[in-house]
Design a protein around this ligand. Sequence first.
Ligand code: MOS
Length: 714
Amino acid sequence: MALTWPENPRLIGTKITRLDGLAKASGRAKYPSDTRPEGTLFAVMLYSPHAHAKIKSIDTSAAEKMPGVKAVSTIAAAGTTLRYQGDDIAAVAAETEEQARDAVRAIKVEYEVLPHVVTEHQAMAEGAPEVFKGGNVRKGRAQTKGKPDEAMGKADVVIEGTYSLPVITHVCLEPHGLTARWDGPDKLTVWASTQAVQVVAGELADALGIPVANVTVLTDYMGGGFGSKFGADVWGRTAAELAKKAGRPVKLFLDRVQEHLAAGNRPSASGKIKLGASKDGKLVAMIAETHGTGGARGGSNFPLPYVYEVPASARTHDEVFVNCGGARAMRAPGHPQGCALMEAAMDDLADKLGVDPLEFRLKNLAPGDFHTPIHEGEVKIGAELIGWREKRKPRGQNGGGPVRHGLGMALHQWGGGGTQDKKVSCTINPDGSVELKAATQDIGTGARTILAVIAAEVLGLRPTDIISNIGNSSFPPGQPSGGSTTTPSMAPPCLDAVTRARDAMFKKIAPAVQAAAEELELKNGQLYVEGEPIMGWKEACRKLGMASISETGSAAEGLASVGVGGCQFAEVTVDIETGVVRVKKIVAIQDSGLILDRLTWESQVYGGVIMGLNYGLFEERIMDPETGVMLNPDLELYKLAGASDIPEIVVRAYDPPDQRARGVIGVGEPPTIATAAAIANAVTNAIGVRVPEWPMTPRNVLNALAAASKEGKA
Ligand code: MOS
C-alpha cells in the first residue's frame, strides 16, 4: 500500500513544544561555538584592513614567538590581491584567545594599497578603479516577453519609479566557524556551526586530502545560518590545518566585525521600473532596468516581474562589483528584493489608477496558476485581520497632524519542495528506546522535533519518547538546511523508516502475543490486539528479545510538494516631523501544504516577519567611500529591532483540506519575503509620497518628503 500521512492524526498538525526548547532556553544546549574538547587552542583570523590592496610582504616570525602561540597559518602570500576589507590573510592558534589576538597584531604585513570602489555609485562611475579586470559592471542580457514597447504605448496609465534596497548582512547570532580535533593522522572530528554537515565534511576531506569517511562533522545546535553557513569556508579549513600543526584541537570562530565583512550578505537591488495598465485595472506591460551588487562575488539578480501576470515585459539586470565581501544566499534569495520593487510599483500604479491596491492585486493574479486561489484565500483572511476595508484610506488621505497612519500589503511566493534522495533510519530497541538518525541538522526551524513528531505519531508514543539524532555527517544522507527544503526532504523518509520499523516489529512479536501481525496496533503507549490494549510499549519491545529492529526509509510519492503563496499586511504610523516609522501590526497569512508541528511552524513565520521588519525598517551595510571600510560592522550601529520595536504580529496558516492534501512543503523562507514591501507601502499610504529607498529610516522618509515638497507634491 502506498505510504500516506495519517488521515486523523493525533499529533501531526497540533502545537508541539520543541524537544530541545528547555535545553536551549536554559543554556544547557552546547552549540559548536561552546564546544572545547580537552586541550583546545583558540584561533583568531587576520583579515584585510583595506578594501583593495596587494600584499607586498608578510612576516609571521614575530607572531610565532609570542607567548602561548602554538601554530600560525598564512592564507594569503606576497603578491596576493585583497579585494575587500575582511579578506582572509592568516590565522594564529594560541593557548588563549587574547594571546592569539596579540599574535595576530604581531604579524607584519606590508600592503600596497590600491584604489577601491565600495559603493555602486563609485563602481559605476566613468574610469572607476576595477575590482576585477573587465570593468565593474557586467551587463545582463535583456529578458523579453511579448512586445513590451508596443504594449506600453497602449497603456492608459503608466508609472515610472526608481526604487532601491541596500546590502544587508546575515547577522547570525552564533558566528561562523568550527572547532577541529584530529583523532590520529587522518581522522578528523569537527564541531561546526553549519546548515549542511555533509557538505562541510566533504569540503574538509577534499581540502585535507583524507577520505570523507574519516571526517565527522557534528552540529547538535546552531545559532542561525540563513543561507550563509553551507560550507567549511577558508577559516574552517584553516582551523583544521592549525589543529594538525599544533597537535591540539583548535576553535576558530569569526569575530562580529568579520561576520559583517566576510561571512556573506544579501545583495542590494535598484530598479527603474515602468509599469502600465489599462484603465480597467489590468497590467499590460513592464519595462525594468535593474542592478545590484553582491560585492566582489556577484549573484545579485532577483525575480522581476514578481507574482503578478504581466503580459509583456522587458527586463535587464546589471551585476555591479565592489570591493566588499561577497554575497551569499540569504533566506529566500532574491525574493525580498523582487517583491519590494514589484509591490512598490504595483502600489504606485494602483494609486495613479485611483483603485484599491488590494483589488488591483487580485485582478492581476495569473489565471490558471495554482498560486492564484491560494493568494485569493489568503488576502481575504488577511484583509479581515488588518481591517483593510474599515481602516484603510487612499494614499495621503490619512488626516492632518504630525503622526500619520497607514496600511500596506504585499504578496510573495516560494518553492520549498524536497529532494528524493535522502534517508532516515529508525531503530527500535528491546528496552523501548526509539532512535532516529539522519545527517541533516536543525538550523533553528524545529527539524529535530518534526522527525520525533512523525515517529511518535506512527508508534503511538509521545515526541519526548523519541531520540531524534541529527547533526552528524556520518548518519544516513540528510538534506542541507536551505531553500526551505529540509522538512519536505526529511519528513517522507522519516515516515517511511518508522512505518517499516513498526511493521518489522509487529512481524517479529506477533507470535509472542498469539496474534497475527495485521491485528496489532500501537496507540497511547500501548500495544493493541484487535482493538484491545494488551501491554505497554516497553513490554512489547522486550518481546524483540536481544535484537533491535533497524530500518532505513526513503522518499515516497505524494508525501511532499512544492510551491507556496503568502501575503502580509502592515499597519504603521509615521511622524512626518521626525521621519520615525512605528510598525503597529503585521498580519502574515502563509500556506505550506501539510503542517506537521503548528507551534514550530508559527515560530518560523514570526521569525520571518521579524527578519523582514528589520529589512524594512533598520538594516543597511554602510560603506565609507573615502576609506573603503564598513562604518557599522557591529551590533550597535548595525541596527536591528529591539523588543520595543516588535509590533503585534498576527500569524495565520492557510491550510484548508485541499492544501493539506498536497503534503509537506517548507516554510522557512517565504514568510520573510513580503514584510519589507508591505511596510514600505504602508509608509507611503500614511505620508502620501513614495519612500523609494529602503530601509524606512527617518533619513529616507524625510528625504522623500523633502523631494516631494520641492516638487510641490506634499
Ligand atoms: Mo537558504 S538562503 O537556501 O539557507
